[in-house]
Design a protein around this ligand. Structure first.
Ligand code: BG6
Length: 512
């Protein structure tokens, strides 16, 4: 009997691509900023080269600087060009996009209504059917003003349902969503004052990474994993987001945020949520988001009196990555006495039947020895060492690693007999690589927003649950003087104390 048709690892089924989305106008606030240049514009260009933009669309960039549309197009072309591999820039595809680009300066509250009125004829000309996306790529301190101004200008009004042409107005809010629980709640209620929940898209681009999306498929479309996905079989879980880069040109932002707000409240906790959540009863946005929120709400509260038992913070000093690099305190926009953490290792426990007793160790840092994003499930050792005469008492337990970046793959480490006449046992690796076909995370985010699919965006409950957990800890660390900073060299694997955090539990981090 013929088996099922199996795709080669890395191959892509033709039907796995999106249909073209509905016509739209995209308003980008913060259009002269770093995020627009590095992520949003290159992703729009990528979507156009993949023929994933509709025939009818308009993109309006808005920022504090005053500049002409021509100048804006010139700057965006340079940004897109520098994001392409050598020789990978298609001038014709860029021109198609550039023709739809406009620039309008962002100013006083009245200008929001003015801007929308001014764009209406353009929207008519480009046939956008009144569908609008408002993308807040501004610094977090400007979120409340932009939301209020948009709300007051009537931006949340949706056009009448145009059938297959839609009829929507969506607002995308970048991270970090708030500075603490209170400000996150304030932001949620401000958004809800003007927009319905179905119109609000809270960003966490990690959710749109190909391997991250695959965690749920992997767990719930295969019957072999769920029976062992619990505290009977799993010893602990490690979640790593290591970066070789520093803070780039974002000194002022990072001084305000620090690694716990920048990476943990959102990306790291979402990786944990997908790994630990219960199976939803259906693959719908509401059910998936509710399970993610539920598990975030089940993480044990953190005891501030015992902070060094679960949290290690670090800040990088001078060192070498691909050359000599300065200490964090010597980066532009950073205080010479900064107490801001650029690294954190955090031990969490999920208090429920499935996970009780299984620690989740999370670590993320800047200027580490390499770029590495992964979730690694460490299984328990076999209960009885049958092969002790060949291996000694300990057989390396199985590990399943879901690699998010730089390579998108999965590795399962097993023990097997090494070929040969003598009995030798050793680890073998089964791997599955997604070598091609992955849609870049920001491109996917933009597409989903055009399609009206909120599954890869956080709901209010998730954001509030993660702040509820971390706010007290972050609040305390904000006021701490870090006498041992800097405590790791750029290009290293982080502070030695982070190793001690696991060593105390008789465990060790996976090598970076
Ligand atoms: C962002 C953080 O959300 O994610 C950055 O603000 C970080 O500090 C980035 O570098 C990492 O994302 P990626 O997709 O480059 O791994």
């Amino acid at each position: 009997m013929a088996g099922p048709a199996v795709l080669e690892a890395g191959a892509q089924a033709e039907s796995c691509e999106f249909e073209r989305p509905k016509p739209f106008s995209l308003f980008i606030f913060g259009a002269t900023g770093d995020l627009t240049r590095r992520k949003i514009m290159p992703s729009l260009y990528q979507l156009n080269t993949l023929s994933l933009l509709p025939g009818h669309f308009l993109i309006v960039g808005s920022g504090r600087k005053s500049m002409s549309t021509e100048e804006f197009r010139r700057q965006m072309r340079a940004a897109v060009l520098s994001a392409q591999p050598a020789g990978g820039f298609d001038e014709k595809k860029w021109q198609e996009l550039a023709d739809r680009l406009r620039y309008m300066p962002m100013g006083s509250p009245e200008t929001y209504a003015g801007m929308l009125a001014k764009c209406a004829p353009l929207e008519g000309r480009y046939g956008t059917c009144g569908n609008r996306i408002f993308y807040l790529a501004v610094p977090p301190s400007a979120f409340e003003d932009v939301i209020t101004n948009l709300g007051e200008a009537g931006a949340s009004a949706e056009p009448p349902d145009g059938g297959e042409n839609g009829g929507y107005s969506h607002i995308v809010v970048e991270k970090p969503f708030g500075r603490d629980l209170e400000s996150a709640k304030r932001l949620n209620s401000l958004l809800r004052k003007y927009f319905k929940e179905e119109q609000i898209y809270r960003m966490d681009h990690f959710l749109a990474k190909e391997t991250v999306q695959n965690i749920l498929m992997f767990r719930f479309a295969n019957s072999i994993f769920e029976p062992v996905w619990n505290n009977h079989f799993i010893d602990h879980v490690q979640i790593t987001a290591a970066e070789a880069i520093g803070i780039e040109y974002r000194g002022a932002y990072f001084e305000e945020a620090g690694v716990l707000r920048d990476m943990f409240q959102n990306h790291m906790l979402h990786l944990l949520a997908l790994t630990a959540m219960e199976p939803p009863s259906a693959f719908t946005t509401a059910k998936v988001r509710s399970e993610r929120a539920k598990v975030l709400g089940s993480i044990s509260r953190l005891d501030l009196q015992k902070m060094n038992e679960f949290l290690i913070l670090g800040q990088y000093g001078r060192g070498r990555t691909d050359g000599e690099v300065p200490a964090y305190r010597d980066e532009p926009g950073v205080s010479r006495l900064s107490n801001t953490a650029t690294y954190a290792a955090l031990k969490l426990e999920v208090e429920n039947w499935r996970w009780r007793g299984v620690p989740f160790y999370l670590r993320s840092g800047k200027r580490l020895s390499g770029r590495r994003g992964e979730i690694s499930i460490h299984f328990k050792p076999v209960p009885h060492t049958l092969f002790r005469q060949y291996t000694g008492e300990r057989i390396e337990p199985n590990t399943l690693t879901l690699c998010i970046q730089p390579e998108e793959k999965m590795d399962l480490f097993l023990q097997a007999k090494q070929p040969g006449s003598r009995i030798c046992l050793g680890p073998v690796r089964l791997d599955y690589k997604y070598s091609k076909g992955a849609t870049a995370d920001y491109a996917r985010i933009l597409l989903d927003c055009m399609q009206g699919d909120q599954m890869l965006f956080a709901c209010a409950e998730e954001v509030e649950a993660s702040w509820e957990l971390l706010s007290p800890v972050i609040g305390k660390t904000d006021s701490m003087e870090m006498k041992d900073f800097p405590n790791y060299a750029a290009g290293s694997s982080g502070p030695a104390e982070a190793d001690a955090l696991l060593a105390r539990d008789g465990r060790a981090w996976d090598p970076l």
